[in-house]
Design a protein around this ligand. Structure first.
Ligand code: SF4
Length: 345
């Protein structure tokens, strides 16, 4: 048997989050999600998954990269330090209950709720080259609600900019609970409304000073080798007013300094600020200190990645075990859901 915990016997609060497989991660992705998840696993009962069905909501016409991307996310999870002994790591599509609960929710969700999700129209505008006038794309926030509520979590860790996404999930839970009180205990809702767990998501600037994003091609990759990291940082834009070495600079308008704030020690930050505002250091020196800090942050991540890359059978086993644990926990919810909806055995 697979051991699973339920709300009554487990003291730790449960947390769940997922990530779309979109290729190798960059530092911005890492700081916004994985960095926080690694810290949560010491305190919460954690479920983290690769949202592969979600990749198909936008990339259904060309799934050729999905398989490799799934593998990359799994490796990134492990490389970042998610510990399979502490967290349940799994792949969404391998737990069929995600699709089943999504279908159940689709019966009760008013179309208007999905049509007014802001990303629905935005993404259709932004991804004009793809035909997103599909049932699956409209329904992806509902699939997200199913992903979450399937595990009856206490919290969903999100950054400030995603707080609104959890609201739909809470509305769906409320509506479900109104229609379908539990047969065994009508006082306790089957799908408790999860709360938002606000996690820090620093806005990392990319090499050109715009937000770090794969679509801008301005990223520092989690898997970039040290020489590449150093070269990229050397080429970063700085305070545009600091033209000559003798000009003083303003760290507050410099993307290099924004990254110092995230990755460098307080002493290094102070040294850089002091040196910049008195023109006693050059930007090359300042960038060298930043590169040292970024390289130090990435080293353990890259070492773990190399270890797991060299041990594919181990990775396979971790995910198979995670899939089984997640499926067993999901089955608890699905039994209650189906019984309440009149589909029980
Ligand atoms: Fe930016 Fe550092 Fe140059 Fe100042 S010294 S402008 S903080 S890179």
């Amino acid at each position: 048997g697979i051991r699973v915990s339920n709300t009554s016997s487990e003291l730790r609060k449960r947390v769940l989050s997922g990530m779309r497989p979109t290729g190798k991660l960059h530092l911005g992705n890492y700081m916004g999600a994985l960095y926080n998840w690694v810290r949560l696993q010491h305190e919460y009962e954690c479920y983290f998954f690769v949202a592969d069905w979600h990749a198909l909501t936008t990339d259904y016409a060309d799934p050729s990269k999905i398989k490799d991307n799934i593998q990359d996310v799994v490796l990134d999870f492990l490389a970042a330090g998610l510990d399979p002994e502490k967290s349940t790591l799994f792949i969404q599509s391998r737990v069929p209950a995600h699709a089943e609960l999504h279908l159940a929710f689709s019966m009760i969700t008013p179309l208007g709720w999905l049509e007014r999700v802001p990303t629905y129209k935005d993404q259709q505008e932004q991804l004009k080259e793809k035909d997103l006038a599909t049932y699956g794309f409209l329904g992806y926030p509902l699939l997200q609600s199913a992903d979450i509520l399937l595990y009856q979590p206490d919290f969903v860790p999100v950054g400030q900019d995603q707080v609104a996404h959890v609201e739909l999930t809470r509305e769906v839970a409320r509506r479900f609970n109104q229609f379908y009180p539990s047969k065994t205990n009508p006082e306790v809702p089957i799908l408790p409304e999860p709360k938002v767990l606000l996690t820090p998501s620093p806005k990392l600037p990319g090499l050109d000073g715009r937000k770090m994003s794969k679509s801008y091609g301005n990223t520092l990759g989690l898997s970039d080798p040290e020489p590449e990291i150093r070269k990229k940082i050397k080429g970063m834009v700085t305070d545009p007013a600091r033209i000559r070495r003798t000009d003083v600079g303003n760290p507050e308008v410099c993307p290099v300094f924004d990254l110092h704030k995230v990755f460098s020690s307080a002493e290094t930050q102070e040294k850089a600020r002091e040196g910049c505002t008195t023109a006693s250091i050059g930007c090359i020196e300042c960038k060298g200190w930043l590169a040292d800090a970024v390289v130090a942050e990435l080293r353990p991540i890259q070492e773990r990645r190399a270890y797991y890359e060299a041990n594919p059978a181990l990775v396979e086993e971790i995910i198979t075990t995670g899939n089984e644990k997640a499926a067993a926990r999901a089955a608890i919810t699905m039994r209650e859901v189906k019984t309440a909806m009149g589909l029980g055995e």
